[in-house]
Design a protein around this ligand. Sequence first.
Ligand SMILES: Cc1cc2nc3c(=O)[nH]c(=O)nc-3n(C[C@H](O)[C@H](O)[C@H](O)COP(=O)(O)OP(=O)(O)OC[C@H]3O[C@@H](n4cnc5c(N)ncnc54)[C@H](O)[C@@H]3O)c2cc1C
Length: 387
Amino acid sequence: MLSEKNIAIVGGGPGGLTLARLLQMKGAQVKVYERDFSQAARVQGAIVDLHFDSGLKAMEATGLMEAFKANYMKGADKYRLLDPQGNMLMDESQRDEEPVFGDEHFRPEIDRGALRDLLIDGLLPGTVVWDSQLIGLREIEDKWELKFENGMTAAADLVIGSDGYRSKVRPYLTDLKALYSGAAIIQGEIDHPEVACPEMYELVNQGNLMAMGDGATLVVQPRGDGGFTFYAASMYPENWGISSGIDFGNPIEVSGYLKKHFANWNPVFFMLFEASEHFTWRPLNYFPLSIRWAYKSNLTLIGDAAHLMPPNGEGVNLAMLDALDLCACLTSGRHANLKEAISAYEDIMFERAAPLCMETIDGIKDFAAPTNESVKELVRSLSNTKS
Ligand SMILES: Cc1cc2nc3c(=O)[nH]c(=O)nc-3n(C[C@H](O)[C@H](O)[C@H](O)COP(=O)(O)OP(=O)(O)OC[C@H]3O[C@@H](n4cnc5c(N)ncnc54)[C@H](O)[C@@H]3O)c2cc1C
């Protein structure tokens, strides 16, 4: 079905790169058009954990598992959960048994940049076309012309949008826009936490630190380059990032706001705010998945471009699983033509993502604005699951 066909994947995130690798393993002609200027552009965000039946399953299928094992961050999957006063509620760093690959509960963490690099290394040279920010598509008969911001164009028989939550491919399938979940994150970056906030550095202990309660959640994660990324989540009115008047480009102003917002918390957490050199305001949006778009024979979406949802630990995993399922539908020989293959993939993708998105939206307050009682309940349920 794919012979003599040019496939354009727009966006070289985890979904797009996994798909490119899987399709190339089947002999397909693939290009990945990525807006970053080069591979050296720093990938935003900290670590991501891959799950047994999704991200790791897709990674296994790429044949790059050995490279993954050489690059994952040992021990970074261990959680510490604190209350706002800094009391330890759970501490996985004390656990006796270490999970191993093959154990369905093992969720190894990897730096996003390392994940991107190992997926790119698995592609044929020249597959990723850098500095290619898609600005629009034009359908000419049953093919596509892709137009890029740098003035270049490209032609493709099949376009797959894996260009994330602000997808420029998505409008050619649906005009459904993202909705605001009610929660937002202020993301901070600390390049040298061992010097800038040594007490927090000790507390994070190269694992995942979460502090929850009093209407807020704080997550601190190590990055592969030794830095920290942290996320401060709460419920905010829509567009609060603008209406608050806070200049998110001014670290002193943001840090001042966060210290007031977390005024009842143990001041040990303030070190994070004071040490952050860079902040980003991230409203958490989602695509409503109850309404579907009409199938096309030459266009589809994977990952966030298809089913953006607030962070629930599944986003990268779902994007990679979409890639696995789309590749299987396109290459299994079970479908009569491209439209049937794409419709089979989209059915699987929607059936998986829609309930997960709904669950995440229903539980958004438990994540972004937990009460001290709801955190105790969470600890009780986690302890019961483990025992
Ligand atoms: C704060 C936060 C924390 C998260 N934590 C986790 C986690 O722990 N685990 C997890 O599984 N998920 C997590 N997620 C979700 C996860 O980041 C996404 O679901 C995942 O990255 C989606 O992968 P993707 O390949 O679909 O898109 P993306 O990762 O968004 O990749 C899109 C790619 O397309 C490129 N691009 C964008 N526009 C264009 C264009 N016009 N032309 C060309 N290229 C373009 C981008 O540069 C990028 O490389 C988190 C999300 C947030 C916001």
